[in-house]
Design a protein around this ligand. Structure first.
Ligand code: NAD
Length: 274
């Protein structure tokens, strides 16, 4: 288990999204989840795990590059209905419409997973221009607000929101200054929104992945960074998307009924602050 899978693992056209050892138990039976960035990488694993646990899934995605149709097929093979909603989460009107489309299709919404994200690694702070800064903040944190606001029209007691933050929110990240700032914001957003919603019985939590082999990594890091990707963890490797899905299932399920405002770190043992 303690081996560095290397880039070949991510380049595998059919990476493993559910481990053979995973035993689904209907923990999300009858639930409807909307997952942003649910077509690819970590979001794809979450979509498939949720479907395996009995949920129907609305997937919000940006473009065809990551093959949303394949994800839809995998979700349906796992037993869930799947609605694909294509659009840009940087637009608040799109986010509202996406929530409404999901509710129209499935009649309700129980779980919002704010997960879509992007990064532009940079050499130094001078390399971050205004346009890049706006894109990063709009995608990685503004959209989380837009979706939460829209979803709260429909979420009821017992329902929940899960935000994807990052290990970069908990350590210095010199080549991801803007990205790590948005991830720090997601952590505090999670805590504040959670305490704001306790009287409504809606839980809000976050997952902070460490290094995980996904298209985001392969497309944005250079060869040198990819070679050492994951080596900073105690396990000396990056994770696979299939190792992230179960944490989201746990937080979305009744098993986590007394957990709100928290962050689960899934990072191969990287030591984090805060
Ligand atoms: P990914 O590239 O596979 O997935 C990113 C998803 O976000 C894609 O589905 C894409 O369609 C969507 N997206 C991006 N911009 C969008 C936009 N403007 N509108 C609509 N959708 C948009 O990458 P991933 O690694 O699975 O990333 C998922 C989340 O995990 C992100 O929030 C990322 O920051 C976070 N994360 C990843 C890692 C890692 O090592 N892979 C580590 C920590 C946190």
């Amino acid at each position: 288990q303690n081996k560095q899978p290397g880039i070949e693992a991510e380049m595998d056209p059919a990476p493993e999204y559910i481990k053979e050892s995973y035993k689904a138990a209907g923990k999300l039976s009858g639930k409807v989840a909307l997952i942003t960035g649910g077509d690819s990488g970590i979001g794809r694993a979450v979509s498939i795990h949720f479907a395996e646990e009995g949920a129907d899934i609305a997937i919000v995605y940006l473009d065809e590059d990551q093959d949303a149709e394949t994800t839809k097929n995998l979700v349906e093979a796992a037993g869930g209905k799947c609605l694909l909603i294509k659009g840009d989460v940087k637009k608040d009107s799109f986010c509202r419409n996406a929530v409404e489309k999901a509710v129209k299709e499935f009649g309700k919404l129980n779980i919002l997973v704010n997960n879509a994200g992007m990064q532009f690694p940079q050499k130094d702070v001078k390399a971050i221009d205004k346009e890049q800064l706006e894109t990063t903040f709009q995608t990685n944190i503004f959209a989380y607000f837009y979706f939460a606001e829209a979803a709260l029209e429909y979420l009821k007691a017992g329902d929940c929101i899960i935000n994807t933050t990052s290990v970069t929110a908990y350590r210095s990240s010199p080549s991801l200054i803007d990205y790590s700032s948005t991830k720090g914001a997601i952590t505090t957003f999670t805590r504040s929104l959670a305490t704001n919603l306790t009287d409504k019985g809606i839980r809000v939590n976050a997952v902070a992945p460490g290094p995980v082999w996904t298209p985001l990594i392969v497309s944005s890091f250079d060869e040198e960074k990819i070679k050492s990707f994951g080596s900073e963890t105690a396990m000396k490797r990056a994770g696979q998307p299939s190792e992230l899905g179960p944490a989201y299932v746990f937080l979305a399920s009744e098993d986590a009924s007394f957990i709100t405002g928290q962050v689960i770190h899934v990072n191969g043992g990287e030591v984090v602050n805060g």
